[in-house]
Design a protein around this ligand. Sequence first.
Ligand SMILES: C[S@@+](CC[C@H](N)C(=O)[O-])C[C@H]1O[C@@H](n2cnc3c(N)ncnc32)[C@H](O)[C@@H]1O
Length: 210
Amino acid sequence: MDSKQHWESVYGAKSPTEVSWFQREATLSLRLIREIAPNRSAAILDVGGGASTLVDSLVSLDYSAVTVLDIAANALAAAQARLGTRAAGVRWMADDVLHAGLPDRSIDVWHDRAVFHFLLSEEDRRSYVEQVRRVVRRHGHVILATFAEDGPTRCSGLPVERYDAQRLHSQFGDEFRLLTTLREEHRTPSGGSQLFRYCVCAFDPVSAAA
Ligand SMILES: C[S@@+](CC[C@H](N)C(=O)[O-])C[C@H]1O[C@@H](n2cnc3c(N)ncnc32)[C@H](O)[C@@H]1O
């Protein structure tokens, strides 16, 4: 089963409120986005947003340039149905983040909760970071949330990489300046506990061409 089939079958089998990563409100992500991008016209990309309620909160706060990208088209459809007419103000992309044709230098805030940690090969992680470097604007920001070093070893039936702040930051390199790092305990809908590591970086490329 390829990745798209895996994720579409997950979202086909469970409602968005039953999946282990469900948050009634993405409180920490929202707080970080509001801090680094108070301007409501900031271009915000939720990578692997799935059926997350983060987009609902952003739309409610009048963020006007929000994109949600996910490999599972049915997850995006669930978010669209929940938003109703408000979905029209959001850009939706059903695509693989490693290959998505997002325009160069088009994003102010790249947000990823629980997607990067699925990338197990060096090659995939490099492709991901290349996408970030191409798509995020100079002096834009990246918010990455993965399972913490002592978090679960699997997510949605798949093995994951776990990170502490230093290791997560080192995947991105010096042009990404680490501003904040936080741990969060996530309570799953079934009452389990999952430790997450969040890192917020500013993208300050040294090359003038970047
Ligand atoms: C654990 S869920 C997290 C969903 C959401 N970010 C949240 O915090 O509620 C991982 C999400 O990443 C998506 N995904 C996995 N691999 C992906 C890829 N290569 N490109 C885009 N989306 C991907 C899945 O479909 C799923 O919606």
